[in-house]
Design a protein around this ligand. Structure first.
Ligand code: NG6
Ligand code: CA
Length: 523
């Protein structure tokens, strides 16, 4: 008996130890989990940790406190589709002619033959998923999708093991989630039809029946089909119980993200979590209403912060936060009025969505692509850091690839540089230059010191938002960002040599496209 007790007491710590080891083994030191939280239209100045006062974002602020907050990071483009294309392929979207803001019935813009960020993680044995906003097309060809059947081509062909996505934006039809290649909660009694050309007979539109837009009225456009009392871009019929309710989108994608994390807690996973917040139509859940004092746009930021908090809490509960990288950013800069009467402008009360930067989403000015960017990886990154390093999201693919030891097929991610040290805070050398792609197809170049914007025709402000600047000017523009973050007055005439050098950067970059065009079908 005594012997047994001794044996047991010897065994007990071993049992504890092996349980501990099992828990530790949940994550692989060489293959940390990676979650990219990609907000939509969230501005540099929209978060507490970036100086916002009228809206509280305690979860994101905590993420920043536990990691590195970057102050000079750029999305590749000032709108969603080209920005996301570039992030997920490591190729500048402007090299291709077909990466403008995609319709909800666009065909797949990334081709299955391309090596994507998801392929990269998969090649190292990760479980991969995309949850939330997609906006990069589905199926083979524009307008040919049968939304009542399995889509023949989709995210499964791009390296994602699982997806639960919105085809495009919340303001574009079809207003349904796609799960693993077919409409989630598909309603056989209400088959779905979609057109971006003409309305379906007998269906109301926002244009003809504004009284049916009981949840939100449009200010510009957004007056075609009406779903959930909100006018949209594009026409759709049917959907029934598959149609989303805008106020539940954050809940829905967050709960799917949590389920994915739970199901994959024991293996390395990569999650692309692309929130709908804070894109229009801003229509957060009632429990977030009035929580910011800035109306719907501010409340949508609070909702975004809640989603982030839910992800963080899940990692904590599962004991995997330590070896999970969270990389949080936005697809482009902020815009106040994006076509719905949500009083975003009137309720700002001094809030500056783009922080210190001039311009906004769509713009060639810094506000178009300057985005918040935060990394947290408790196991390897000391908290409480701020980094002023000049960075671009274009490099995240090669950098994360190098971290996990991925090998890239020849020609893949051609514009992505391995600048892992920048991301981890161990190397503060700026990217020599960053290229920015604006809505009007104008390219700009940023170095740590200078900003060059190539000349372009076109209006100085957006037609639908007269206060929002495009940055267009028929003259080349040059700004000394080091002296003044706000692009106030161009100093191009006095600095011809710098203008010339910056133009040369663009010339050289553009010339590379010839090598890359094999990605474009038919070229
Ligand atoms: C514009 C829409 C805007 C938004 C944008 C795409 C109008 C007037 N404006 O055409 O509301 O949907 O496209 O935004 O319809 S993005 O962040 O997805 O690029
Ligand atoms: Ca966007």
């Amino acid at each position: 008996m005594k012997k047994n007790i001794i044996a047991l007491s010897l065994l007990a710590p071993m049992a504890v130890q092996s349980a501990w080891a099992a828990k530790k083994a949940k994550t692989d030191p060489n293959r940390p989990n990676v979650i990219i939280i990609f907000a939509d239209d969230l501005g540099y100045g929209d978060l507490g940790c970036y100086g916002a006062k009228n809206v509280k974002t305690p979860n994101v602020d905590r993420l920043a406190e536990q990691g590195i907050r970057f102050t000079d990071t750029h999305a590749v483009a000032a709108t969603s589709t080209p920005s996301r294309y570039s992030l997920l392929t490591g190729e500048y979207a402007w090299r291709r002619p077909d990466t403008d803001i995609a319709a909800g019935n666009a065909g797949m813009i990334i081709k299955p033959g391309q090596f994507t960020m998801a392929d990269m993680f998969k090649s190292r044995g990760y479980s991969t998923c995309a949850i939330g906003k997609w906006h990069l097309g589905l199926g083979e060809k524009q307008g040919t999708q049968d939304w009542n059947a399995q889509l023949p081509m989709g995210l499964g062909d791009l390296g994602f093991d699982y997806h639960y996505i919105m085809a495009a934006t919340a303001d574009r039809v079809p207003c349904v989630f796609i799960e693993d290649g077919s409409v989630a909660n598909w309603d056989s009694e209400n088959p779905i039809e979609v057109s971006y050309k003409k309305n379906f007979k007998g269906e109301p539109t926002g244009k003809d029946n504004p009284e049916l837009c009981y949840n939100l009225q449009s200010s510009v456009g957004h007056n075609q089909s009406i779903v959930n009392g909100i006018g949209r871009i594009g026409y759709m019929r049917g959907g029934g119980k598959a149609l989303w309710k805008d106020e539940n989108i954050a809940d829905s994608i967050t709960s799917h993200a949590i389920s994915f994390i739970k199901a994959n807690q024991d293996k390395p996973f990569f999650m692309y979590f692309a929130t709908n917040d804070v894109h229009v139509p801003r229509f957060p859940h009632p429990r977030f209403r009035g929580k910011s004092g800035m109306g719907l746009r501010g409340d949508a930021i609070v909702q975004f912060d809640w989603s982030v908090g839910q992800i963080m809490e899940t990692l904590d509960k599962l004991g995997i936060a330590d070896n999970t990288i969270i990389l949080l950013s936005s697809d482009n800069g902020p815009i106040i009025d994006d076509g719905y009467q949500d009083r975003a402008e009137e309720l700002l009360n001094g809030h500056k969505p783009a922080g210190p930067w001039r311009g906004n989403k769509y713009s060639t000015f810094e506000g178009g692509t300057q985005v918040p960017a935060i990394i947290r990886w408790p196991k390897n990154i000391k908290g409480g850091q701020t980094s002023t390093t000049l960075m671009s999201q274009i490099d995240w693919m090669a950098s994360l690839g190098s971290l996990i030891g991925a090998r890239f097929p020849q020609g893949s991610a051609p514009d992505s540089q391995n600048r892992l040290g920048n991301l981890l805070g161990t190397d503060t050398e700026d990217r020599p230059y960053v290229i920015e792609f604006a809505y009007n197809h104008v390219l700009s170049v940023r170095t740590k010191e200078w900003k060059y914007i190539e000349p372009s025709d076109g209006p100085k402000t957006l037609t639908w938002a007269p206060k929002a600047e495009t940055g267009s000017d028929p003259q080349p523009q040059l700004y000394n960002i080091k002296n003044n973050l706000w692009e106030a007055e161009s100093v191009a005439p006095e600095n011809p040599k710098i203008v010339y050098d910056m133009q040369n950067i663009l010339r050289r970059e553009r010339a590379k496209s010839e090598k890359y065009t094999h990605f474009v079908p038919g070229v």
